[in-house]
Design a protein around this ligand. Structure first.
Ligand code: PSU
Ligand code: MN
Length: 286
């Protein structure tokens, strides 16, 4: 089938969600994209071969192997050249998606500026990739474990429009609100498509970031998750967790500390983003 396509990432499957939720959610996201009238393409690397549109069996293999690298911009070439297995992050997925001509991508929460980045310099390659590729990325905001004001500042510096979908505030992944106002808001997929088309007609080659709040029924309000986030950050620091391990460590710790509420929110927002991305892909094609 030709027609509007939506890229989906695989890090969330291999490193972000526990089994069996990872596989169920991967499948559910594809179903949401199809329900919106678009074709899903889950992206990953199988023994050095980048695949745009993994089969269900291939997704299952990525989910179950223990030797799957977390692939961003810095190690994409290595994983391919060394014929390794790789799950692509937002950054890695964006690179492969745009090379395949895909203009819309759905994820959970983007990486960003970590708290304490002034010392650690830990800033996700996702921000660099959002600035580099002309793709609409749909997310539920930056992960609440990050420094959200600094993440917004960097996106502004990089020239990436951040558009609230039916909100005027940056959502904070598990929660619908962060208290941080946004300049841009769109209330329909068609409006987002028009903005993205205009952005690219102006000659920009940067992406557009759509921030879509987690559905109300599944949100964990910021005040209720704050302690779990802070405890997870302290534990990560005490155990010396660093680099690529930080994000998966924090997400797992927070899920464990909230009796699954964080996990439920994570799954719900992933599906919700896949649906909106499908609608945007259709609107862009129209
Ligand atoms: N969103 C989720 N779960 C995840 C991630 C995002 O709901 O596991 C992944 C994405 O693949 C994102 C990555 O690109 O975490 C960011 O990792 P880092 O902070 O190491 O750049
Ligand atoms: Mn990092």
């Amino acid at each position: 089938m030709n027609g509007p396509r939506v890229a989906l990432e695989s890090t969330v499957i291999a490193h972000g969600l526990p089994a069996p939720h990872n596989l169920e959610t991967a499948r559910a996201c594809e179903t949401e994209v199809r329900a919106a009238g678009a074709l899903p393409a889950t992206i990953g690397i199988l023994a050095g071969r980048p695949v745009i549109g993994l089969s269900e069996a291939e997704v299952a293999e990525l989910a179950s192997r223990q030797d799957v690298a977390k692939v961003n911009l810095a190690n994409l070439a290595h994983v391919i050249a060394a014929e390794k297995w790789g799950a692509t992050t937002v950054a890695g997925t964006l690179h492969l998606a745009q090379a395949a001509g895909i203009r819309v991508f759905a994820t959970g929460g983007i990486g960003g500026v970590h708290r304490g980045a002034g010392d650690s310099f830990d800033i996700s390659a996702d921000l660099q990739a959002l600035a580099r590729y002309p793709v609409v990325t749909v997310c539920a905001g930056a992960k609440a474990i990050l420094d959200l004001p600094k993440t917004l500042e960097v996106l502004e510096t990089l020239g990436v429009p951040v558009v609230g979908y039916q909100t005027s505030e940056l959502p904070a992944f598990y929660s619908r609100t962060s208290g941080l106002p946004l300049d841009l808001r769109a209330d329909s997929a068609a409006e987002i498509a028009r903005l993205a088309a205009t952005h690219w007609q102006l000659g920009f080659t940067t992406g557009v970031l759509v921030v879509n709040p987690v559905p109300q029924a599944d949100e964990v309000p910021a005040a209720e998750i704050k302690d779990a986030i802070e405890e997870a950050l302290l534990t990560a620091a005490a155990q010396g967790v660093s680099g690529k391990a930080v994000t998966p460590f924090l997400l797992a710790r927070i899920a464990a500390r909230t009796e699954g509420r964080a996990l439920r929110a994570n799954i719900s927002l992933l599906r919700n983003n896949a649906r909106l991305a499908g609608e945007i892909a259709c609107a862009l094609a129209a």
